[in-house]
Write a new protein. Structure first.
Length: 131
């Protein structure tokens, strides 16, 4: 399973997924984590990509499976990744992908607790997709 990781290591408010990546790789050794850029063709070959990204306004790790989830003004993909939102909208419209699952990471929080929650969500998603 591939997990596409978005974020910007030099922008503190958008760096959490990148900072957690080494811990996630140690915990989930059988998975492939790919640092991605929404301006590239990151999704190629994936019809239902799994994405990890910072989401402004979250208090805890949350899973999103619809662009409508981001209509709430208090839950937004970071300004750096508005490109990801638009990219997902285009990919869905053009039928390049059928769906997506985005694991939203809050900007703040204890790294160990965030990793535990992310691992739990990935394991749940993995178990559902293998059924």
């Amino acid at each position: 399973m591939k997990i596409f990781v978005f974020g910007n290591a030099i922008v503190a408010t958008d760096a959490k997924p990148i900072k957690l990546l080494p811990m996630l790789k140690k915990r989930l050794t059988s998975l492939e984590f790919i640092q991605a850029d929404p301006t590239d063709e990151w999704w190629e070959g994936q019809s239902n990509p799994l994405i990890l990204d910072t989401v402004v306004g979250l208090q805890s790790v949350s899973v999103f499976t619809s662009l409508n989830s981001f209509e709430n003004p208090n839950v937004r993909i970071t300004p750096h990744d508005y490109d990801l939102f638009m990219d997902l909208a285009f990919l869905l419209k053009l039928k390049k992908i059928h769906s997506f699952t985005l694991i939203g990471v809050p900007q703040q929080g204890n790294q160990n607790e965030l990793v535990e929650k992310i691992v739990s969500e990935i394991e749940t998603i993995s178990a559902r997709s293998s059924v």
